[in-house]
Design a protein around this ligand. Structure first.
Ligand code: MG
Length: 378
């Protein structure tokens, strides 16, 4: 029953929705990460956002109470720069459609950032920066249209800002894609170069990918064969997890980063494991039934995953949630639901039985009060 901090040597941590939400640390993140370090786990802060160099990301983390060194930060700009450096001679000029994060990453790899298609670039790299405007996109389009190799740091559709969702690098890549009819090579999550970069820089032997998004963090972990922990402090709602196809399913689910100090047994999610703690889930004729099998099972759930009352040992530990009678912040019920719904979906996929109807999953989760992620980045 050793905690995840002992089972894995490095946590490859996504940032937005995991460590911080906008300008603030996610609740419990600073303490949980300090505890993980104390337990001997190394940390790598892995972000698809290419706009800022590692020094500035580390400074921001430290400012919000999460101690971080620049060499612990891994960005999609670094992954993109390495991809280019492997193809190009040292000293090659690369057109940057992006900002400072990309320029620093290129220089680190011995490449020279340039800003015009007329400066003699031999490749194009594109990553998010608030400074990207039409003139920069036009330079990128001229260069990509001429046939140069084109690497995008990521294709995230949105970037979280203090005022909400704003257009992410994916939308800016689409501008050049539409104008040229070409496709970039993508470095960031869920594509393999990002994971490889994080592995190289952290020297991980047994990494645990920790993220809040199924289609970047968890899909990327699965694509590279790494175990993963989904935390519910970001964009993923419980129902998204329960309805996830195999490529998007994590190894573990936890409420927040305090899950790192819990053992695998308290966090694992597996198709077929539909009895978890007091909870039992069954998919019967396409309907999910989620029941609590204790002597006092009729007591209504006061507070689930979606509540803000997860005090005490709410990261999935038994018996720590005050006054809700569940003792696990809704996590066991959610894990049981995943176990049953995933097994039914997999069976249906191979022609045996019926997958759970999403509406019945929604209804069962609502009845168990596990309906939304407790905190969102936007
Ligand atoms: Mg995230």
């Amino acid at each position: 029953m050793q905690p995840l901090t002992q089972t894995y040597d490095v946590a490859l941590l996504d940032l937005d929705g995991v460590v911080y939400v906008g300008a603030h640390a996610v609740p419990h993140a600073p303490d949980a990460l300090q505890l993980a370090r104390t337990a001997g786990m190394r940390l790598a802060f892995v972000t698809n956002n290419a706009s800022r160099p590692p020094e500035r990301v580390a400074a921001h983390l430290t400012e919000i109470g999460v101690e971080a060194r620049p060499d612990e930060v891994v960005t999609s700009a670094q992954a993109a720069a390495r991809l280019l450096a492997e193809q190009l001679p040292s000293g090659s000029k690369v057109l940057v459609v992006g900002g400072e994060g990309l320029e620093v990453a290129l220089r680190e790899q011995g490449l020279i950032p340039v800003s015009s298609a007329d400066d003699g670039p031999v490749a194009v790299v594109q990553g998010f920066s608030p400074q990207v405007g039409w003139p920069m996109l036009a330079e990128g389009t001229y260069a990509v249209a001429s046939g140069l190799p084109w690497v995008a740091t990521n294709t995230d559709p949105v970037v979280p800002t203090a005022r909400g969702r704003a257009p992410g690098n994916g939308t800016l890549v689409n501008a050049i894609r539409m104008a040229t009819g070409r496709e970039p090579v993508v470095a960031g999550k869920p594509e393999p170069p990002m994971h490889r970069e994080a592995m190289l820089r952290s020297r991980a032997e047994r990494p645990l990918v920790v993220g809040d998004r199924l289609d970047t963090d968890i899909e990327g972990a699965n694509a590279s064969g790494a175990d993963s922990l989904l935390v519910l402090t970001g964009v993923t709602d419980p129902i998204d997890l329960v309805l996830a196809p195999p490529r998007l399913r994590p190894t573990y689910v936890g409420l927040d980063l305090r899950a790192l100090r819990l053992p695998a047994e308290a966090l694992s999610v597996r198709a077929g494991e539909s009895k978890v703690g007091d909870w039992h889930a069954v998919v019967d004729g396409g309907t999910l039934r989620l029941t609590r099998v204790t002597a006092d099972e009729v007591r209504p759930r006061g507070d689930g995953v979606g509540g803000d009352g997860v005090s005490g040992d709410g990261a999935g530990g038994r018996g720590g949630v005050e006054g809700d009678g569940a003792g696990d912040g809704g996590l066991d019920a959610l894990r049981a639901a995943c176990g049953a719904v995933w097994a039914a979906a997999d069976a249906a996929e191979s022609g045996n039985g019926t997958a759970a109807e999403p509406a019945s999953v929604q209804a069962a989760l609502e009845a168990a009060r596990i309906t939304r992620a407790p905190a969102r980045p936007y």
